[in-house]
Design a protein around this ligand. Structure first.
Ligand SMILES: Nc1ncnc2c1ncn2[C@@H]1O[C@H](COP(=O)(O)OP(=O)(O)OP(=O)(O)O)[C@@H](O)[C@H]1O
Ligand SMILES: [Mg+2]
Length: 344
């Protein structure tokens, strides 16, 4: 995956920098902005979006000048984000997987961790079962009180190659839930165990995205303990607003129990339809977000394309590249990913 460098935009696009900058600032085209030591601003656009940029900017041709980013690692270390909600079927797995992929398109080194024994994340992007070869094996080993190291953890990580980028996956399997719950009987502080696993490989990544099951259990406690921040995915239905309140108090309890604080920095309201009733719930959720100091609220439209991409086991961004059709789920996720990438 290459990154198109817009250091001198006019050279590449035949457009005055002053005209291009506002367009980039609207985030209409996903990009990364970097300040050089001499305070000059450089813009980078993933090549994936070159066609998109051409359309938005109405260009007939685009320069082939390209630059790869020699060092685009996070400056502030690895960021670990848990994607969660106690409610099932709202889109946690869809958002976690596509967020992980989108960050990888932005040239970040990403590990996607599946902490749900349904293993939907593993199957969505890898299209296979990992029975006997998943994070569950690592927990098994820890429970036998055997020491683990980086090489041991790495043997359970697979690199998934896509058309435009690659990312790493630490997959799950059905038996994970049982093993995780059983670990309560073995460890005095079981909630620390995912952190104990991830610390061995953390330095290899800019972002670690953790998908969680739709329930409050040890898997969620472990994920929260290991994470810096949380992203909530919800739908715009009757029980969602109350569900979010329940989740907040659950998070508070987990924070107390695990002696770790986590900031919820975003809510994705998923499967939104163009209806009055959805408008009402979106407003209620947005109000709740303000009350709880959650900065980023995004909506994602309900679209069969999300399901279609999952059936084909490809990320949304790689499914139907055309501007209007492609960006159903991707725009909000891209917006969030770009923000995180810039903070990194
Ligand atoms: N924006 C969307 N539009 C249409 N369908 C969607 C959308 N987002 C997710 N879906 C579909 O909804 C179903 C549930 O999504 P997903 O598996 O991501 O939810 P989940 O919260 O992870 O579920 P679980 O609680 O079981 O882990 C899937 O079939 C998925 O394809
Ligand atoms: Mg899921």
């Amino acid at each position: 995956m290459e990154i198109l460098r817009l250091a001198k935009a006019s050279e590449f696009y035949n457009i005055a920098t002053k005209d291009l900058t506002p367009i980039l600032q609207t985030k209409l085209i996903p990009h990364i902005k970097k300040l050089s030591a001499s305070n000059r601003t450089s813009y980078y656009i993933p090549t994936l979006f070159v066609d998109y940029a051409k359309k938005v900017l109405n260009f007939s041709s685009i320069s082939t000048a390209k630059g790869t980013l020699e060092d685009f690692k996070n400056k502030n270390g690895t960021k670990i984000i848990t994607v969660s909600n106690l409610k099932g079927g709202v889109g946690k797995t869809s958002v976690a997987s596509n967020l992980a992929y989108t960050l990888s398109v932005l040239n970040k080194r990403v590990l996607l961790v599946d902490m749900d024994s349904q293993a939907n994340t593993s199957r969505y992007l890898a299209n296979k079962y990992f029975t006997g070869n998943s994070i569950k094996n690592i927990f098994d080993t820890l429970m036998r009180k055997e020491k683990i190291d980086k090489e041991f953890v790495k043997q359970y990580i697979s690199t998934l190659e896509f058309e435009n980028s690659s990312l790493d996956l630490l997959p799950s399997e059905l038996a994970l839930g049982r093993v995780v719950e059983f670990s309560r009987a073995v460890f005095t502080m079981p909630h620390k165990k995912l952190n104990d696993i991830l610390k061995h490989v953390k330095d290899d990544y800019d972002f670690i995205i953790i998908d969680t099951p739709p329930s409050t259990g040890l898997s969620l406690h472990m994920a929260i303990y290991a994470s810096d921040m949380m992203s909530i995915v919800t739908d715009a239905e009757d029980f969602s607003v109350n569900g979010l309140k329940e989740l907040s108090s659950e998070i508070e309890e987990i924070e107390e129990e695990t002696d770790r604080s986590i900031s919820v920095d975003s809510i994705f309201i998923n499967k939104v339809k163009n209806s009055k009733i959805h408008e009402v719930y979106i407003e209620a959720i947005a109000k709740l977000a303000v009350e709880q100091n959650i900065e980023n609220v995004y909506t994602i439209a309900d679209s069969t394309r999300v399901k279609e991409a999952q059936n084909l086991h490809i990320p949304m961004l790689e499914y139907k590249r055309e501007l209007d059709k492609n960006l159903v789920m991707s725009t909000s996720i891209m917006e969030y990913a770009v923000e995180k990438a810039l903070q990194g």
